[in-house]
Design a protein around this ligand. Structure first.
Ligand code: T46
Length: 140
């Protein structure tokens, strides 16, 4: 697990027809993909997320439009702007995250390392700090 967010730039295959981008397990992103979901038609001024995970790693890419992601791993807080279908943000389990400022046309694609399990979520910030806050020295 890292203390800095990992942003991966992938290459598009572009020709006279347009562009195609590829993300494969353990190639462009550092984990096996077990689940794919996407967030779209997000209403104005909505903020989503507000959680970290115990196990799940995720890759976020705005395949259309833009949005912002706030990250907090208890020792650094950071805002990342997802504004390109070739910019992939890797979220580690210890990254508390919130997504906001979705453009009307934003489609946020998420590739996850685990199947859906509601027990893998840490939705209480104090619990998040107690789970990860005193372990950060291990991540440096
Ligand atoms: C995350 C961010 C980036 C399912 O039934 N299966 C699923 O795979 C997912 C992702 C969600 N759900 C259900 C659970 C809720 O009843 O869909 C509903 C909305 O999910 P949630 O409120 O968790 O959505 P976000 O946008 O707050 O968070 C989601 C992911 O859940 C989360 O893992 O990291 O996107």
């Amino acid at each position: 697990m890292s203390v800095k967010s990992q942003i991966i730039q992938i290459n598009s295959l572009s020709d006279e027809r347009g562009s195609l981008s590829v993300i494969e397990s353990n190639k462009q992103i550092p984990f096996e993909i077990r689940r794919v979901f996407y967030i779209f038609s997000t209403k104005e001024n909505i903020r989503r997320g507000f959680h970290a995970h115990y196990k799940t790693r995720q890759a976020l890419v705005s395949v259309s439009g833009t949005c912002k992601v706030f990250l907090d791993n208890t020792i650094r807080k950071e805002e990342v702007i997802l504004d390109s279908p070739n910019k992939v943000l890797i979220l580690e389990p210890n990254d508390w995250h919130e997504m906001y400022d979705f453009s009307d046309d934003c489609v946020l694609l998420v590739l996850a390392s685990e199947h859906y399990d509601s027990n893998d979520y840490i939705r209480d910030y104090d619990e998040f700090v107690s789970v990860y806050g005193n372990k950060q020295y291990l991540l440096l």
